[in-house]
Each structure stands twice: as C-alpha cells, then as structure tokens.
Design a protein around this ligand. Structure first.
Ligand code: ANZ
Ligand code: ZN
Length: 852
C-alpha cells in the first residue's frame, strides 16, 4: 500500500494542470460564464496566511463552478505600484522595480504551490507599461470630459525633509523619518470627479443584493447624502452675505451666532483690525490640527471672534461671526449657523464663549430653560420662538421653512454629499506617471494620445529627500511642448495606486489587448465579476472607486452592453488570528521560538497573550511555506476552509491542522484498503440494511455539500459532512457483499473533496482506475430516490377511525406491517376484548383493522 506523499502528488498534478492548460479560460458564448476574482495582492515579498485563506476560498468556488459546467474565468495578477517598494529602495538600495519583480516571482511560485486554478496566461502587474499606458489614456479622456481636473489642495508636508508625506507616513502628526511636526501645505493636485456620480453610486447600492449589508452601509455613509437648505445671512454693513448649509432649517430662529471654517475665503475680510492678531494665531494653530480629529465629538472646540456680525434673516438677530476649529471648509459651504440649544457642538462652544441660547424646539413635557440646559436638545418637538411657525411639529417645519426661504429668496432646499472628489496626485516615484506637460506659453497640455505611454524612467536617484525623484530627473522632466515645441516640463506626480486597482478586474477579460484598454466583446462576455472575494478593509475606498471607474468606462464608451456595476456578489472574508506569546526577557516570540510553553532562548515560561490578527509585529505568524512543506497544500487549504466560515475570523491552531492532515490520510487509506475490490465493482447494489443506509448517506452528503457550497460558502459544514461520510465508510462492514455501494461512497468522497483538496482527489481518482480526469467529470448529482427514508409512517385505523401511527421499513412485507399495527399501544387498547375479523393493508399508507 502506498503512503500519502502530499509533496510528490502535488507537484505531479500541478505540472499536469499546467501542461494541459486546465484552467485556461476562453470566451465561449454557447456556455454560461462565471467570473471569480479574489482581490489581487500587493507584492510585499511573501504570501501570508491571509492570502492562503483568501485564495483557498476563491479556488473552491472557481473549481466548483467549473465542475458545475460554467465557463470559469479565474485570473491573478499584482497590484504592483506603491510606497513599500520605494521605501525598500531607500532603505536597502534596491531599485523599486527590481524589488517588486523579485517579490512577484517569489509570491507567484508560492501561489503555484497551492494548486490554485488560475489562468496564469492572463497574469499582469500594474507596473507593466502595457497596463498603465491604458490608464493614462483613460485619464486623458476623463480630462476631455471634465472628469479629471486640477485644483489646489492641502498635503502633508515635512519642513525638515522638504517632502510631501503620504497619510501612512504621518505618525501622531509627525514625520515618520525625522519626527518633525508635519504641516499642511497647499499644492496643485489632480482630482477625479467622483462627486458627479454620487447620486448614481448611492442609488445603485439598492441593487447590490449580493453584497454584505455592512459594506453597503459603509458605502452609504461614505457617500453621505444630506438633505437640507442653503441659507444666506447678510453681513452687517456690507452687501455680501455668508451662506450656510444646514440640515436643521427648523432651528433657524434659534441661530444666535455664526461659525466659519478657519480656511473660509471670507475670513480675512471679516477680521477687524482689533482682532487681527488673535485670529492669525488661531488660524496658525488650527492648521496644525488633524482634519479628521477636528470634527470628532470629543475634540476640544475652540474659536475666535472676527469682530464682524451678520444678521439672522428671519429673526433679525445680530449674530457675531466666529471662526471655529470644528467647521471644515470642504463640507457644505464651510459655514455653520450655530444653534447652541439644539446642536451639541454649538452648545459647548456657546458655553465656552458665553454666547446666547434661544430654545426653538420644545420637546413634550417640561419646557426647556436655556440657563438650566446641560446639553443641547437634539430630539424632536414643537416649534417655539419661531414666529409664524410656532406650534408646528419640527419635521413639518423643515418643509415649510424650506418653502418659505425659497419664496422669500433667502435660501433654498439642497442636497449635500459628504463624498469628496478623489485626489489622485501623489508626489511619489513608483506609480503611473500622469500624462501632462506644463508649458510656459501653452499652459497645461495633455500628452497627445499618440505619445503614450509616458514611461516611468528607471534611472532615478532615490534618496528619500527633497520630494519626488522624478522631479530631479532632467531626462524625464524636460520635454518639448506638444503644442509649440518649446522646452516644457512634465508633470512629475504619479497616480494614487487605487487608480490601478479601480479597473484591473476589467482588464483581465483581455489582458493583452493592444489597441484599447479593453476588448469590448470580451468584456461583454466576462463582466461583471460574478463573485469578488477580499478583505473588508477595502469596503469603502477600493470598492467605491471600482464602481466609479465602471461608470467612467461606460460613459467614455470603453465598454458597451450594460456593464454598469463591477461586482455582482461580494464576500468579505474574516481575518486569520493567532495567540500572541512573549517572554519577559526576549519580548514577542515566534511560534517556533516556543517549546513546551517555554522561551527557547532562556527557558522562562512564555506568556500567552491575546489572540490577534496574525502580524509580523507581534510575531504571531505562521509561514505558509513551512506549512505546505510539512503537510502539503491540500492540508493548508483544508484547514483554512474547515476551521471557520469564510466571513468569520479564523483562529489558527496546530491541532486543527494536524486533524485535517489525519483526515486526508484516512481518506487515502480508505481508498487503498479497497482498491482491488473497487476496481471490479459495478453499479451500487440495492440491498436492504447497511448497504442501503450507506447509499442514502452518500446521496445526502452530495446534496448537503452542493447546497452548502453553492452561493452560501458554508465550506466548514460541507467538509464536516464529507468527514461523516468517511466515518460511515469505515464503519461499513459489507464491502464484500456490496462492493458497488462501497465504490459509490468512496468515489463520491473523492469527487466532493475535489474543489477543496484537488491534488489528493485527482490522485485517488486515478488510483481508483479511472482514465477520465476528475475535473472533466462534472459535479456529482444526488439521486432523490436514494435519499428516501427507509422507514415509512403508516396510519392505523380501527373500524375506519384513526387510532394510531407506526413506523415500518418502507419495503416491509404485509405480515410485518400487520403485526406492527396490532402492537401499537393505542390500537391495542381499542382492540382489548374484541376479536379481530379482518386486517386490510394498503401498502405504504394505511392499515385498517376490522374488529368487534
Ligand atoms: C444648524 C444646525 C442646528 C445643525 C442643529 C445641526 C443641528 P450632516 O448631517 O453631516 O450633513 N455643518 C454644516 N457644514 C459644516 C461644516 N463645513 N463643518 C462642520 N459642520 C458643518 O450635518 C449637517 C450639519 O452639520 C449642519 O446642520 C451644520 O449644522 C453642520 F440643531 O446647521 B447644522
Ligand atoms: Zn521628515
């Protein structure tokens, strides 16, 4: 008998699949397609258990769908631009390109060892010129349509390093390299007009039935539609007015002061000479505060009086104009009418600066008294102190006041979105060059399409100082102006890497297309992605940008045929977690640094800490390579699928892995123990008792696994059912009498295991004497008839009246049915003292006892 040698089997089948092009996808309009995609990895160096889990999940679905007869597209590639490559270059002196390609080679070979059913012929990396050139084209077309534009915006600036920092490079408001305090700096940057699509992106969320609700909610909140009014407040002693955005126009009569963002363009002209110094100091202070923190509820609310006043347009009240740190310039109009009685931030602000409170919403019960309020009343109520609107319910008042403002020309109803345009400029080297040229005479000139791609130069000097190395690379920046021919300068910013990941899924349909970003025919056939799988950390940005780009591609006519939303179904898988362990002397410990619960360096007991997401920083990681070398890819796959449902966190444990390995060995032995017998066996015999029971379990397992996997991803329960079937096979003692039943059961195990552990399944199939490949066989179907319970319920009547029910074997003969009926407790009671004259048996249904 052969031993289960995972390594040898896996190599053999991986080579076989590669040679036969087993997973190569070809457009075939006669067959239904299924496009399965896992979020492509960033080539950071090595794959980790999170990848193993993500790709194992995807691979089950891809293989299952293929077995079901779908024409499956399952591609893989690399999200290859980004900062880590640049950082590695600065720290270790390797070129980002070299670092990236080496990592890709590494990770590709790691992934290959997992036996994933990818169509590798479609592989690409986003740093391929052949990919990003099309991104540059899309950008130029967006520019033509006004969907890309340039405006000034604030970036993180390190005054010491004299460089722009990405958000990830700012730690506690300080530069990650030199620790000096980061400043905001205004720079001209490129933006994509995603706000044009805000309403559509919001509306179509309702159609994304195959997405988790939590993700949809996050997208809704991110888009953040608010319905309210814009209202003009005339400035005292001026023709001008300040415009505010409010969702609470019902509180308008309670507005007692005005709060502007410190960045508000009118701020300067509003400041009176007397307040100039104080205001300047305040603006400088706020500039250093983090925008995201400034608006948080628990952030200290601060402001400064400008010296100017405006007028409440309905109450006529004189309102002092303040600058306040919690008002942001890039939301609404950058100005807030402050209603301290009904807005908590305004309340705190008013208490701090001693500003007046006027109650305008009166809740049911005790009347609010401004002097006694401890917090703003933000609930509902009836209007008071509001002139003609007094007594109205505040929801009704919102509408009526909006109408009134429109009629009086004071304001109007508006909708406001939280979503901002997408800033895509990055002052980085390792990214897609933005195809723009600046000419002193002609201004901003797009690179002509015929001159694409603008290739990212390789010979740059990466020092990490003084901004983007592209800006210092003369051979790149100096370029003749396409319009006048005079020497001009190239744009040296590159795109945010989220741009590449916003359309890669479409490029997989025609990855080698030479004439356009996408081949329309291919896209029409393959897209949308039927099932997308990835981490929930991408719930907002990546998924929203991908949805936005799909609409851009549609509107720019790069695709046709109603391709409108990129991902029909979305599965967000949980994290892979593991216990952390540390030594009082040596800090965090890798699992292999702990032996018998002790630190292997000093022998002190290792302290078991919290179970957390696997991460190198806490050393609670398992290297997939080691795992595969020790147990094989099939065990690694099986464990990541069996240990938890995909959307839940998975806790790593060695015993679980061992258990999966033992199970595969058990399957292996079950086959080899019977291999001779099975080669001769024929169709399953129809024998009562144990053979029929095993048959029934076989078909029930097919049904359960099919239903658990198909669209539900309950892999853990599916695998558990297969394990039970294997137990039943071991318990079956009639293999000699019913070899056909045994054969059916064992072959079913192999076929059901195929999507989960494809190597061992293929090998066992072969060993069972089949020439035909397992993958060409299709997914097994269950036989309804075989599912039927062996026992049947029979109704028992005495003289035509129902007196009881009995369970009998479905194929029981008349005599035994009759006996069982007469013995039934209740029936027996009715027959007491009577003589049975006749027993009529209607097979499978009913027994009538005639007695008197
Ligand atoms: C007056 C008012 C009274 C407000 C009241 C609320 C309660 P959402 O729902 O998020 O859209 N606001 C408007 N622009 C702002 C800005 N640039 N920075 C900070 N806050 C701003 O919130 C809309 C509310 O947020 C607006 O309604 C405004 O305060 C504030 F009892 O106006 B409200
Ligand atoms: Zn610095």
């Amino acid at each position: 008998q052969e031993r289960y040698d995972a390594g040898a089997i896996e190599q053999k089948w991986q080579a076989h699949w590669e040679k036969t092009g087993a997973f190569k996808a070809e457009m075939d309009p006669s067959r239904p397609k299924y496009y399965l995609l896992e979020m492509f990895p960033y080539p950071s160096g090595r794959i980790h258990m999170g990848h193993v889990r993500n790709y194992s999940i995807g691979d089950v679905v891809a293989r299952f769908k293929a077995l079901q007869g779908f024409n499956v597209l399952h591609p893989m590639g690399w999200d290859a631009f980004g900062m880590p490559a640049e950082n590695a270059a600065i720290q270790h002196g390797t070129h980002p390109a070299r670092w990236t390609w080496e990592n890709i080679d590494n990770m590709r070979s790691q992934l290959r060892k997992m036996g994933l059913s990818y169509d590798w012929s479609r592989e690409f990396a986003t740093c391929d010129e052949e990919y990003y050139r099309w991104e540059q084209l899309i950008f130029l077309r967006m520019l033509e349509r006004g969907l890309a534009y340039k405006k000034s915006s604030t970036v993180n600036w390190c005054p010491t390093c004299r460089t722009v920092l990405a958000n990830e490079q700012v730690e506690d408001d300080c530069c990650w390299r030199c620790d000096s305090e980061v400043e905001g700096k205004e720079l001209e940057q490129w933006f994509f007009k995603i706000t044009d699509y805000a309403q559509e992106l919001l509306d179509e969320i309702d159609n994304l039935k195959g997405w988790p609700d939590s993700v949809l909610t996050m997208q809704r909140n991110w888009i953040g539609r608010s319905v309210g009014c814009e209202i003009n407040f005339p400035l005292e002693g001026s023709e001008k007015s300040i415009r505010v955005f409010t969702t609470r126009q019902d509180t308008l009569y309670g507005a007692t002061f005005m709060s502007l963002a410190p960045e508000h363009p009118m701020a300067a002209e509003l400041v009176t000479a007397e307040h100039e110094q104080e205001v300047a100091a305040f603006i400088a202070k706020v500039r250093k505060q983090d925008k995201n923190k400034r608006t948080a509820d628990d952030y200290e609310k601060e402001g400064v009086f400008t010296g100017s006043y405006c007028v409440n347009p309905v109450s006529g009240r004189r309102m002092p104009v303040f600058l306040a740190n919690f008002v942001l310039m890039d939301y609404g109009t950058g100005a807030v009418m402050a209603v301290p009685t009904h807005d908590q931030r305004d309340f705190e602000f008013a208490r701090k600066y001693d500003l007046p409170l006027v109650v305008v919403i009166q809740p049911e019960g005790d009347a609010l008294v401004p002097e006694q309020m401890e917090a703003a009343w933000t609930g509902s109520g009836r209007l008071v102190n509001s002139d003609r609107f007094d007594g109205l319910d505040n929801e009704a008042a919102k509408e009526q006041i909006a109408d009134y403002l429109t009629a009086e020309g004071i304001g109007k109803a508006t909708v406001n979105f939280r979503l901002r345009d997408w800033g895509v400029s990055r002052q980085r080297y390792w990214g897609t060059p933005i195809p723009i040229i600046y000419c002193d005479d002609c201004g901003t000139v797009p690179v002509p399409e015929k001159d694409l791609p603008v290739v990212l130069p390789q010979d740059v000097e990466l020092t990490g100082e003084g901004g983007s190395p592209l800006a210092r690379t003369e051979s790149f920046t100096a370029v003749p102006c396409p319009q006048c021919g005079k020497t001009a300068r190239r744009e040296t910013d590159t795109f945010d890497t989220f741009v590449e990941s916003s359309w890669y899924f479409a490029r997989y349909a025609s990855p080698r297309e030479q004439e356009a970003p996408l081949d329309k025919e291919q896209v029409k056939y393959w897209l949308p992605v039927d099932q997308y799988i990835g981490g929930v950390e991408h719930a907002v940005m990546h998924l929203l940008y991908a949805r936005f780009f799909t609409k851009i591609l549609r509107d720019l006519k790069f695709v046709e045929g109603g391709f409108n939303e990129p991902f029909t179904n979305l599965l967000t898988q949980g994290m892979v977690c593991m216990e952390t362990r540390s030594c009082p002397e040596h800090g965090w410990l890798y699992p292999e640094q702990v032996a018998d619960g002790k630190c292997s360096q000093c022998g002190q007991p290792a302290v078991v800490g919290r179970t957390e997401k696997m991460s190198k920083s806490k050393m609670n990681v398992v290297d997939p390579d080691h795992l595969i070398a020790r147990y094989g890819a099939d065990t690694a796959r099986l464990f990541s699928l069996f240990a938890a449902p995909p959307e839940k966190d998975l806790e790593w444990n060695e015993q679980g892995v061992e258990g999966c390995y033992r199970f595969l060995n058990r399957v292996w032995r079950a086959v080899f123990d019977h291999v001779e017998l099975l080669r001769q066996a024929g169709e399953p015999e129809d024998l009562p008792g144990a053979p029929r029971d095993l048959r029934r379990q076989t078909h029930r397992t097919i049904k359960k696994v099919t239903e658990d996997v198909d669209g539900r991803f309950h892999f853990n329960t599916a695998i558990a059912a297969i394990m039970e079937l294997v137990n039943a096979i071991y318990a079956f003692k009639q293999a000699q009498q019913a070899p056909g039943v045994m054969k059916e059961a064992l072959e079913t195990v192999v076929r059901l295991l195929n999507p989960f552990v494809p190597h061992i399944a293929a090998e066992l199939w072969c060993c069972l004497g089949h020439d035909e490949e397992l993958n060409s066989l299709g997914w097994p179907a269950w036989d309804e008839a075989a599912l039927v319970e062996e026992q049947k319920q029979i109704v028992v009547q005495v003289n035509g009246k129902v007196r009881g029910k009995v369970l009998v074997a479905a194929d029981a003969d008349q005599a035994s049915v009759e006996q069982a009926a007469l013995k039934e407790d209740n029936v027996a009671r009715f027959l007491e003292g009577k003589t049975v004259r006749k027993v009529i048996v209607v097979p499978g249904r009913l027994v009538n006892v005639v007695a008197n």
